[in-house]
Design a protein around this ligand. Structure first.
Ligand SMILES: *[C@@H]1O[C@H](CO)[C@@H](O)[C@H](O)[C@H]1NC(C)=O
Ligand SMILES: *[C@@H]1O[C@H](CO)[C@@H](O)[C@H](O)[C@H]1NC(C)=O
Length: 370
């Protein structure tokens, strides 16, 4: 028995080591800021798994390259954009707000409120039935703050939210799953495209203002990607593999007005609370020149069926590419983990062409000083 107990001096050395390790890890763990995520399938970490909806990614081959190799509800073969941002800020991945595992200290990591299928407008994604619309995501954020407040007190909770990083990704579905969902959609009969974009931006402004009023002080706002270039649109709307013109026009109208709106909000607030991420350019780089980024194609999805593997859903019965790293698109709408890594690299250290007014490295540098 006594042979299992190390001699006295050894345990002192071990204890000393543990203390040193704790001392070196503790400040880092403390420094990792909380992270909150709002938006659609590009950033959903699995909330829809808990809902009666058809917009879900909880079956193989989704998650095939995720650390657990399980489908988690992320619309990716592996990690998604929020996961990679969490890594970059030295934090654990955010849990879906609806996950029963999101309790106690885990609340302090932050939370992911995103829900696949939603948009800026309440009528976007109605075909998916039960999804968490953005106003509900913001209500949950408020509820979250009450829970954290009960855990660490109202002042600390307020501080946690003020010092947090926030990501919001909205807008793509307001075109793909609303205006252009069917010919002669209600919204397309109500609005000409330029007027629809103006309406979307005015509604988005209210959402961002509400986020600010709920305490958010550093918010990454992604514009839409090149909507007409995703395999689904190539399959449905393109004759020769060129990006679908109407959806490209939508993105070209929406993105600059989003930046303008964000600049206006920041001016009004008197601080760079909102940071515009140019998702259009981040995606377009590798879509126009896939080989330069190590992709064999940017037109064909890794998982899917029909032309460009762009028809229907990615399921166990779909075509599946052997090496996901060689495809820019994982499924008909969503980038592969490798593409997500390229995108997050730009978010972290891109020039002002990608990140306006500054990139995430600069934000972290600035915020660590205050
Ligand atoms: C969307 O729905 C929420 C909750 O029902 C409501 O508060 C909000 O005003 C609606 N937005 C619009 C633009 O109708
Ligand atoms: C972005 O980040 C890098 C550091 O990773 C920095 O050198 C660069 O100047 C930044 N660019 C802008 C425009 O903020």
């Amino acid at each position: 028995m006594s042979t299992a107990i190390p001699p006295f001096h050894t345990s002192v050395v071990i204890l000393g080591l543990v203390v040193t390790l704790l001392a070196s890890f503790a400040p880092e763990a403390e420094a990792a800021r909380s992270f909150f995520v709002f938006g659609d399938s590009l950033v959903d970490n699995g909330n829809n798994n808990y809902l009666a909806t058809t917009a879900r990614a909880d079956a193989p081959p989704y998650g095939i390259d995720y650390p657990s190799h399980r489908a988690t509800g992320r619309f990716s073969n592996g990690l998604n954009i929020p996961d990679l941002i969490s890594q970059a800020i030295g934090s654990e991945p955010t849990l879906p707000y609806l996950s029963p595992a999101l309790t106690r200290e885990r609340l302090l990591i932050g939370a992911n409120f995103a829900s696949a299928g939603i948009g800026i407008l309440n009528d976007t994604g109605i075909q998916f039935l039960n999804i968490i619309r953005i106003s509900k995501q913001l209500e949950y954020f408020q509820q979250y703050q009450q829970r954290v407040s009960a855990l660490i007190g109202p002042e600390q909770a307020q501080r946690l939210v003020n010092e947090a990083l926030v990501l919001i990704t909205l807008g793509g579905n307001d075109f793909v799953n609303n205006y252009y969902l069917v010919p002669f959609s209600a919204r397309s009969r109500q609005f000409a495209l330029p007027d629809y974009v103006v309406y979307l931006i005015s509604e988005y402004r209210k959402i961002l203002t509400r986020l600010y009023n709920l305490g958010a002080r550093r918010v990454l706002v992604t514009g839409t990607g090149p909507l007409g270039c995703v395999p689904a649109e190539l399959a449905m709307r393109s004759r020769n593999g060129e990006c679908a013109v109407e959806l490209q026009r939508a993105a070209a109208l929406f993105n600059p007005q989003l930046v303008q709106m964000i600049n206006g909000l920041n001016n009004e607030i008197g601080s760079d609370v909102f940071i515009a991420a140019n998702a259009y350019k981040m995606n377009m780089d590798f879509i126009t020149n896939p080989r330069a980024y190590g992709f064999v194609t940017s037109k064909v999805a890794c998982c899917g069926q029909g032309p460009y593997n762009g028809i229907g859903l990615c399921t166990i019965a779909s075509n599946l590419c052997p090496n996901r790293d060689m495809y820019a698109f994982w499924d008909p709408f969503h980038p592969s983990e490798r593409a997500n890594r390229i995108i997050v690299q730009h978010i972290l250290s891109g020039t002002t062409k990608y990140m306006n007014p500054m990139n995430l490295s600069t934000i972290m540098e600035l915020d660590s000083r205050t």
